[in-house]
Design a protein around this ligand. Structure first.
Ligand SMILES: *Cc1c(COP(=O)(O)O)cnc(C)c1O
Length: 398
């Protein structure tokens, strides 16, 4: 088999350099473990940014995908199929909402929600044409489309991609008074991450989500909760907003909804909101395809038992207790099996050293290590990863 350098060379030569991957070439994975082309095994402490919440190749998900591969994989929305309606109902019920609009990537779900909120603003709330404003937060990450980077404040994500889409106003994350001051009669929605993932697993002050919910209800605007990374068990609850018993008007789901097998995303809301769409006004060739629906149905069935949420809560408490005891850490943020580790120095170097020690993790914003292991990881594996993390950090300090 060709070696790591061979595959890294091909990727460097023939793929656009829009990522800066660690020097590992994966060839197989199972559960919390991946194997590279040289035969080394690694504990996966990133889980594809949460898209592999149920671990690599979970037997139930693989079985559901294989069953569907032997039947039908794509018909487009020009026709109905027997996985579609059942998935729509099961996902809507998991969320306690009336209906679902299925898409593929997370960014598409966000785009769909922005279009939903604008159309709802004009047709239901009565905002004058083309004047709708959606409020977003500093440090947000909602994807990479032209419109979404229009309200990013990360220069790396944004610079050189203008002109930008108007109609957004950004306020400090966690600042309810700034949000209140930003709302006016043109405001149609607030778009937020219940925990900011890309920003470094940034948890807002306790009570913030409740306050946003109250403000949105009082102002007659939509609360759009981007649970694409935070949701589906990661924090120890089905949705991160559940920790404050907050129910948004619109849930955005993605990443883990596809079980680590196919891209599946969704906008979930009541009929008075998603009902604004008529045929032809929005869509996607692959959105709601049979394979995606079959895998999504199994994901929903697995979440219904509460087993994964319980694991994330219990093992998350263990993870956070151990992280809190590490020396030389400036701060530990996060919730459940999700943590941001604010270091003094270069987090990239630490993640490179972790790699040589058999642990996959990735830095964000230079000084933060993000940990998001699959929810199937066990206590001993967490301990192993943290021993290696402590060693990799000590190595740096020498
Ligand atoms: C990853 C992510 C997205 C975008 O999802 P893609 O599938 O990469 O387009 C949107 N919102 C949040 C909070 C995310 O973490």
């Amino acid at each position: 088999m060709p070696d790591t350098a061979y595959f890294r060379g091909l990727s460097e030569a023939y793929s656009a350099h829009n990522y800066h991957p660690l020097p590992v070439v994966v060839t197989e994975a199972q559960g919390a473990w991946v194997t590279d082309v040289a035969g080394n095994r690694y504990l996966d402490m990133l889980s594809a940014y949460g898209a592999v919440n149920f671990g690599h190749r979970h037997p139930r998900l693989i079985a559901a995908a294989k069953r569907q591969l032997d039947r039908v994989t794509l018909v487009s929305r020009a026709f109905d199929h027997d996985q579609f309606g059942p998935f729509m109902r099961e996902l809507a019920q998991l969320c306690g909402k009336d209906m679902v609009l299925p898409m593929n990537s997370g960014a598409e779900a966000v785009e769909t929600a922005l279009k939903t909120a604008r159309k709802w603003g004009y047709e239901v709330k009565g905002v004058p044409a083309d004047e709708a404003v959606i409020i977003t937060f500093q440090g947000n990450f909602h994807g990479r489309t032209t419109t979404i980077v229009s309200f990013s404040d990360d220069p790396v994500a944004r610079n050189s991609f203008g002109p930008f889409t108007p109609g957004f106003r950004t306020v400090p994350y966690g600042d309810i008074e700034a949000l209140r001051a930003a709302v006016d009669d043109r405001t149609v929605a607030v778009l937020l991450e219940p925990i900011q993932g890309e920003a470094g697993v940034n948890v807002p002050p306790s009570g913030f989500l409740t306050a946003v919910r109250r403000l949105c209800t009082a102002a007659g605007i939509l609360m759009i909760d981007d649970e694409i990374q935070a949701g589906l068990g990661r924090t120890g609850a089905t949705f991160a907003a559940d920790h404050e018993n907050v129910v948004p008007d619109i849930y955005l789901l993605g990443k883990a909804l596809g079980g680590g097998i196919v891209p599946v995303s969704a906008v979930v809301a009541d009929a008075d909101i998603l009902g604004v769409f008529r045929p032809g006004q929005h869509g996607s060739t692959f959105g709601g395809n049979p394979l995606a629906c079959a895998v999504g149905r199994e994901v929903v069935a697995m979440l219904r038992t509460g087993e994964f949420q319980d694991r994330a809560r219990e093992l998350g408490a263990h993870l956070h207790a151990r992280l809190g005891a590490l020396p030389d850490v400036k701060a530990v943020t996060g919730r459940g099996l999700w943590a941001g580790l604010q270091l003094d120095g270069d987090a990239r170097r630490v993640s490179e050293r972790l790699l040589t020690r058999g642990v996959l993790a990735k830095e964000t914003h230079g000084t933060i290590i993000r940990l998001a292991p699959p929810l199937v990881i066990d206590r001993d594996e967490i301990d192993t990863a943290l021993e290696q993390l402590a060693a990799a950090m000590a190595e740096r300090d020498r």
